[in-house]
Ligand binder design. Structure first.
Ligand code: SAH
Length: 369
């Protein structure tokens, strides 16, 4: 890589320090630059006023700061906002802002599309187009913080947008290091949640990472057969092994693993399912997040009635499971869990799921930027 192609958005602080040396710029300047780019979301050199002018010129020649373009924002009736980003290769991804107190939440993507083929998820219909780079993952947080004027406030980040973060392990971990750097956005790892289908070798590797996000596991089934029919990955990494890996996972003090459970009418919503789920989690520091299915054309399942959703939650609680039922936010703008999909994108033929590309799901843009 020549210095003229170096993308600063990809660099960790130490790497930036080294990259400044050939330009004759002191290492401590890296912290200043990091604070502009990641802390204050500034990506124009002329605005970095504490850097001498002559440095700004050579930095502009040596580095790009690649930043996705916000092409659309869509506002939901409940305040949720979906952002459509265009990457430098014109591919597009989505991220979602969920306003709340005490902290706001950003739901960000780790891949363009997804390879996991979960049968109830719209993103799966895209297939995997490509992994995001660390810079592209971190940039979603950078852009949302600045677009929403939340630079000074703590935010939660959930890796629950498009893609499977542990399938894009290196870039995801690098992005976490960039986002948590004390000289950049300084996000606390306690405010970051990584949600995964459970790619076991990667999960085991995650256990020894110095930066440890909260862990959410997409469980969704209580028997091998049931889970395999929702998550094909279960055939490779079965439920029993997933739970064993979770039991061995080193948890921080007072923290627990969240188990996500998409509740599907007449499929996994019976009292027997609730009891089996409670039994599977005995001895685990766990909480269950029940997500009533967000149904959509092309998804061959239905959402249970509110009464069944409540009954499922109550049964878990009676079995001493800590349980919350996730409110679906942004369903009217197709921003809720599993609803992120970009129509008209073109996965390669090997990844294409025949006949399923056109989901016919409408979106309602409120502002084309
Ligand atoms: N690949 C990761 C993160 C992305 S999805 C994972 O699977 O965990 C974030 C959550 O939304 C997952 O728990 C996923 O199973 C859930 N989800 C997907 N499609 C959904 C749908 N149609 N309704 C409700 N939740 C869904």
């Amino acid at each position: 890589m020549t210095s003229s192609t170096c993308d600063l958005a990809e660099l960790e602080l130490k790497e930036l320090e080294s990259a400044l040396a050939p330009l004759g710029i002191e290492p401590y300047r890296a912290k200043q630059i990091y604070s502009w780019v990641h802390g204050r979301a500034v990506n124009e050199w002329e605005h970095m006023t504490d850097l001498p002018k002559k440095y700004r010129k050579s930095l502009a020649e040596a580095f790009t700061i690649s930043t996705p373009r916000v092409v659309q924002r869509t506002l939901s009736g409940d305040g949720t906002m979906k952002f459509l980003f265009e990457l430098t290769d014109c591919r597009r991804i989505e991220a979602v802002y969920i306003p709340d107190s005490p902290a706001h939440t950003f739901c960000i993507s780790t891949q363009v599309g997804c390879a996991m083929q979960c049968t109830f998820c719209l993103t799966a219909k895209m297939g995997l187009e490509r992994h995001l780079t660390a810079g592209e993952i971190a940039a979603q947080v950078r852009l949302l913080r600045s677009e929403l004027k939340l630079l000074e406030q703590p935010v939660n980040v959930v890796l629950m947008g498009m893609g499977e973060p542990l399938h894009n392990y290196e870039a995801t971990m690098r992005a976490l290091r960039i986002m948590t750097s004390a000289h950049g956005a300084a996000l606390s790892p306690r405010r970051i949640t990584l949600s995964t289908v459970g790619i076991l070798p990667a999960l085991t590797r995650l256990a020894s990472e110095p930066i440890m996000p909260n862990l959410a596991i997409s469980l969704h089934g209580t028997t091998e057969e049931q889970r395999s029919s929702l998550l094909p990955v279960n055939r490779r990494y079965p439920l029993a092994e997933l739970l064993a890996t979770c039991r061995a996972f080193p948890l921080k003090r007072r923290s627990r693993i969240t188990f996500e459970y998409v509740l599907i009418r007449d499929f996994n919503d019976s009292p027997a399912d609730a009891r089996r789920l409670a039994r599977l989690l005995v001895g685990l520091r766990a909480k269950v997040n029940v997500i009533p299915l967000n149904s959509a054309p092309g998804i061959p399942y239905e959402r249970p009635s509110s009464a069944k959703i409540d009954r499922f939650g109550r049964l878990l609680a009676e079995h001493r499971v800590t349980v919350s039922i996730r409110k679906s936010r942004g369903r009217d703008i197709r921003a809720a869990c599993g609803q992120l999909v970009l129509e008209g994108t073109q996965p390669s033929p090997s990844q294409q799921l025949a006949g399923l590309m056109d989901t016919g799901v409408p979106s309602t843009p409120t502002s084309e930027l």
